[in-house]
Design a protein around this ligand. Structure first.
Ligand SMILES: [Fe+2]
Ligand SMILES: [Fe+2]
Length: 267
């Protein structure tokens, strides 16, 4: 990363001088991650649902209806239109975006020789952060994918949420330094995180969830370009698109996919 850009990011040379080596490394990683995300012009900038809640000025809910105005329902012209029978790949193109974080996580899982289903788990692990909701994203993400993947994949996505806060140096997962920057030195997760993490630790699929954490943390490298096409074959073999299309198959999470299709429906 360009030194001048980095200095601007951290607030100038004075601010940089107050940082220790670890803090500088974290700041650089964070800044590079931000820069990397900006380098993908075709990605969807923010979660569609985030826009629906008016997080962007342009997307705020209008005031009281004037005569002749109606509340919005149906496809929103401001978003790419989703077809009647959407697939996961269509959602990647039109809602999730070709997220470098997900793609680099999946790439790392492949390099680390994980089974295909775990490469898919890494590719989808933060699907909720990006396209649905970020709080409790492991739980929401697991629900979104559960009907279409092996149970172990959705289980691992669910429990990476709690395990990422719980180090296990024996398997190569220290507490991420960058979390100190993100959440502060004193941050302690809620007790349900420890409870679920403990449960996961004693489960036969513990290492599957843990592998998501391991392949997650180191997944920001601006020098590596990963294409979603590199994973088409793995998606094809490990993800089952419903014939009715995501959102229309009557599954327990169909409404969640529909919320992404129509994020600005009034009701
Ligand atoms: Fe995550
Ligand atoms: Fe992640």
């Amino acid at each position: 990363m360009d030194r001048r850009k980095f200095l601007t990011f951290v607030g100038g040379a004075g601010a940089l001088a107050t940082m220790n080596a670890n803090q500088k490394a974290d700041a650089l990683e964070f800044a590079m991650g931000q820069e990397l995300e900006q380098a993908y012009p075709n990605r969807v900038e923010k979660s569609a649902l985030c826009r629906a809640y008016g997080a962007d000025d342009d997307w705020q809910t209008p005031g009281p209806l004037k005569i002749g105005q109606h509340h919005h329902m149906g496809h929103d012209a401001r978003l790419p239109k989703i077809s009647d029978k959407p697939t996961l790949l269509e959602f990647f193109d039109k809602r999730i975006g070709h997220s470098s974080h997900l793609l680099q996580s999946a790439r790392l899982a492949k390099i680390n020789d994980l089974p295909e289903k775990m490469v898919l788990a890494c590719l989808l692990h933060d699907i909720s952060v990006i396209s649905y909701i970020s709080g409790d994203h492991g739980y929401y993400g697991a629900q979104l994918v559960a009907p279409y993947v092996e149970e172990e994949v959705s289980w691992a996505i669910k429990y990476h949420q709690s395990l990422r806060f719980i180090p296990d140096e024996n398997v190569g997962y220290p507490y991420p330094e960058v979390y100190i920057r993100y959440f502060g030195e004193d941050y302690k997760p809620e007790s349900y995180i420890y409870k679920d993490g403990q449960y996961a630790r004693n489960h036969k699929w513990y290492m599957s969830a843990r592998q998501i954490c391991i392949n997650d943390v180191y997944s920001f490298d601006p020098n590596i370009k990963v294409n979603l096409e590199d994973f088409h074959d793995i998606i094809g073999r490990n993800w089952r698109d419903p014939k009715e299309g995501l959102g229309y198959d009557g599954s327990p999470c169909a409404h969640m996919w529909r919320s992404m299709i129509f994020p600005n429906n009034t009701l």
